[in-house]
Design a protein around this ligand. Sequence first.
Ligand code: SF4
Length: 305
Amino acid sequence: MIDKTLVISFSGGRTSGYMTKKLLETKRKWKEVLVLFANTGQEHEKTLEFINNCDQQFGFNTVWLEAVTHKDQKKGSTAKVVSFETASRDGKPFEGVIEKYGIPWSKAGHCTRELKENPIKNYLKERGLDKHNRVMAIGIRADEAHRKAKSADLNNFIYPLIDWDIEKEDILSWWEDQPFDLEIPEHMGNCVWCWKKSYIKLVTVMKEKPEAFEFPERMEKLHGKTGNIAQKMLNNGVLKGQKSMKFFRGFRSVDDIREMAEEGTDVFIDEHYARLSGGCSEECQPNFGIDDGEDSNRIPALNAI
Ligand code: SF4
């Protein structure tokens, strides 16, 4: 593989952090190793600190990217290079994506595509890298192997953690022996209020860090009808009685999550964080094989609602 560049998609979680550290130990096998992190602007500060620690202490030399959207053009997000110091903490990259595509939700998961997959893909293109001269390592573990892209071989993706048979517990044990770790519990990982999280995690975030919901609440108010998907879904009556789009499962809004928290729904306990036993952060890991990265604004199948 000495003639190929190894590209590592680092999400800022323990799993891809472990994979990156191990792959960098085999650096000489590759022409070059490129570690990429795509910042959404809604990550926990501790996630950004973790990546910075990986850079400082493990020499990851991560390229920090942020999405640049092109609102009136049929063009997917490109990328700009930022740093730990200049990375957005106010959601600007995410807001750009919502201004163009609307609120992401369970039937329209364009945030991963436009905040991570397309910026990474376009950054690589600018550097003259494509599936012919690069190999891309994706941090999916053996216990989540079903998430592997069907087109992996075709696109030159590799899944080292699956090949090494690495599971959650292996990752956690390894981090326990390192000089630093990701200092947040599982429910605070990725975008802190991520709409893919379970209700119990969202309620826990709402109780512990309600300010994390200021951004999605503002987006629901400003952009409830933004984007082709929202326009078509709301206008054709598929979403019976709904006047605007909402982020969360079961078509629930930030306000609904707040109500659930006030009603006293159970909170999520990260047992690993509490130093009791296992449990590991989920990751929003771009899986470049799900979509070809076109400027897709497709309408979900109506029977999927
Ligand atoms: S963490 Fe969640 S909200 Fe953030 S980009 Fe990934 S899927 Fe979207």
